[in-house]
Write a protein that binds this ligand. Structure first.
Ligand SMILES: C[S@@+](CC[C@H](N)C(=O)[O-])C[C@H]1O[C@@H](n2cnc3c(N)ncnc32)[C@H](O)[C@@H]1O
Length: 392
């Protein structure tokens, strides 16, 4: 079944009230700064009509099957969290009471491992460690009262719990993803400066490239950008080959994961990939790219070439160059990187029908390139503030 038909089917179920037949949850799909709107748009396309971007992600309402689908199909989000409680908390007592009110016995398995992570930003409660330990204490207290058990072995499946304080607002959530969603499963070998898969997917989305058009990454490294583009073109759900923490949650036991995965498998259409290719000067990076392409199930659908971008020549009259060139963050590297940015401009001039998109943390990129970008977007590559520039 094609993707549009799946969405149609899901929407039809939703209209009939079947899509959200079980208990619904308030959810947050967390996302890197600058990509929240893309995640909200992805959620809307998946049929979550109330999806709304907010700082750090997008919120939406879903039942367990919907959360499963979001985990499997979101390309740009980091994690899918169930928001269990949210309230202003300026004291540890207030935090304890908030956590104790959550019906944990409904969400957790008795033998689960309750792993609490935390973060505190601009709040009266700024000790992450204390917030984590109060949360855990209150959770165990609630579980004791609700079950009559005095101890919990914590030997079973992991239940990742997050306590976050932002401007004194405490949010307690259950992480349904477990391992972050960028871990699709195809990348087991890392190059020197690989791009996060979720950021690569966001760049593909922000670029003017659309499936069917030629796409080439002239400094492809380990291949993340072109793999993410090909996954998208072929309708391959990014999470199809991995498992999620919520697969062992009690409220997800009725989800037919097998049927959902089979349906997603049916969606795949490799013939939609078109001319997606990459090149790099470094043979070792290209070797990693080859392995990743194979592990993503895309062997034979992405061509890779060892060539310096200064010599690269594509045959197609139109297309998009999309790249993550070196930034020259280390001392002394910047000049050679800027020379490379000038070479990227020469590459575009050799291909008048092609657009060129690049992400860089170098504020001197456009000056070195020798042209102003037609469009730009501020993003973070890890901790590095970057700009994604589109030259038309
Ligand atoms: C930041 S890395 C790209 C990482 C890539 N996005 C990934 O996911 O692995 C930059 C790449 O540019 C390549 N490079 C540097 N100079 C080049 C040149 N003159 N021609 C082609 N590639 C070059 C490097 O070998 C390196 O793999």
């Amino acid at each position: 079944m094609k993707e549009s038909l799946v969405i149609m089917r899901l929407n039809l179920h939703k209209q009939r009230g079947e899509r959200m037949s079980g208990e619904t949850f308030r959810c947050i799909a967390t996302a890197a700064f600058g990509t929240e709107g893309l995640v909200a748009a992805e959620l809307k396309r998946l049929g979550f009509r109330d999806a709304r971007a907010e700082s750090g992600g997008a919120c939406f309402t879903a039942d367990a099957a919907g959360i499963a689908l979001a985990n499997l199909r979101l390309r740009c989000a980091d994690r899918v969290l169930i928001l269990l409680a949210e309230e202003k908390c300026e004291t540890f007592d207030a935090l304890f009471r908030l956590v104790e009110r959550i019906p944990w016995e409904k969400h957790l398995a008795m033998d689960g491992r309750y792993n609490v992570s935390g973060k505190c930003v601009r709040s009266k409660l700024m000790s992450v460690r204390d917030c984590q330990s109060i949360t855990k204490k209150a959770l165990i207290e609630r579980m004791r009262k609700a079950t009559g058990l005095s101890t919990f072995p914590e030997t079973g499946a992991a239940f990742p719990i997050e306590v976050s304080l932002h401007s004194d607002i405490a949010r307690i959530s259950l992480d349904t993803s477990g391992t972050a969603l960028n871990r699709r499963g195809y990348r087991t070998w890392n190059g020197e400066a690989p791009l996060r898969e979720t950021l690569a997917a966001a760049l593909v989305e922000l670029s003017p490239w659309r499936p069917g058009m030629p796409l080439h990454d002239p400094c492809c490294g380990t291949g993340t950008l072109i793999i993410e583009a090909a996954l998208r073109a072929a309708h391959i759900a990014p999470g199809i080959h991995r498992i999620f923490a919520c697969e062992s949650f009690p409220s997800f036991q009725k989800v037919d994961w097998k049927a959902i995965r089979e349906q997603l498998q049916e969606d795949i259409d490799l013939t939609r990939i078109g001319a997606v290719s990459g090149s790099d000067i470094d043979p070792e990076s290209l070797e990693l790219a080859r392995r990743h392409v194979k592990q993503a199930g895309l062997e034979g659908y992405i061509s890779l070439l060892q060539t310096p971008l200064q010599e690269l020549q594509r045959e197609e009259p139109e297309g998009v160059f999309l790249c993550n060139p070196p930034y020259g963050e280390r001392l002394g590297d910047r000049d050679s990187c800027r020379a490379l940015y000038a070479d990227l401009h020469k590459l575009q001039r050799r291909h008048p029908g092609w657009k060129l998109c690049a992400i860089s943390s170098d504020p001197g990129f456009e000056r070195a390139y020798g042209r102003h970008a037609a469009r730009r977007r501020r993003l973070y590559n890890g901790r590095l503030e970057c700009e994604f520039l589109i030259f038309e």
